[in-house]
Design a binder for this molecule. Structure first.
Ligand code: SF4
Ligand code: FES
Length: 166
């Protein structure tokens, strides 16, 4: 379920169900993205341009933004690219259309799709590959240790994640 955080210059939205806890958000702007505060995203605590850059580094597409100040919106990559991440999901960039169970269609510019076959939230990765120690070649995943991931091999679970209460 995507939640929307509206600011003056930029609106940020977040879908916890597809977050894979690599922590780009929490290290990208600590005033805007803060786990121990509700709401955890405060778009007015930072600059729209910087927020847009941080959001575009979120590999899963969990974070999205919409500029309200006339600034550039995120552009879909012209060519769709699928990159296997080492021991983990397929990273897709391009125009990814997702049909939800209720029939709604969401278009994402980035997504991380399950490659191990064990995700309970297919087609998205839900980090089950960590539980089963899935091994497969690919480009190394840039994982930043943060409050959502104190160890590289173990993110916090959705039930532990305080962002579910926003
Ligand atoms: S996938 Fe990473 S950058 Fe995106 S919301 Fe989750 S922790 Fe933040
Ligand atoms: S690749 Fe992450 S759950 Fe399958």
């Amino acid at each position: 379920m995507r939640k929307v955080y509206r600011g003056r210059d930029v609106e940020v939205s977040f879908d916890l169900d597809i977050c894979i806890h690599v922590g780009e958000c929490l290290r990208g702007d600590r005033q805007v993205f803060k786990l121990d505060r509700r709401p955890w995203v405060l778009p007015d605590a930072g600059e729209a341009e910087v927020i847009a850059q941080v959001v575009e580094r979120c590999p899963s597409g969990a974070l999205q933004y919409r500029r309200l100040d006339g600034g550039d919106q995120e552009k879909f990559a012209e060519i769709t690219t699928i990159t296997p991440m080492r021991d983990g999901p397929l990273l897709v960039t391009g125009r990814v259309e997702v049909r939800h169970d209720d029939g709604t269609v969401e278009t994402l510019p980035r997504a991380t799709l399950c490659r191990c076959g064990l995700s309970e939230h297919k087609p998205f990765c839900d980090n089950q590959h960590l539980v089963t120690r899935f091994r497969a070649p690919g480009v190394p995943f840039k994982i930043h240790l943060s409050e959502v991931r104190l160890r590289p091999d173990r993110p916090i679970s959705k039930t532990e994640d305080p962002r579910r209460f926003d």
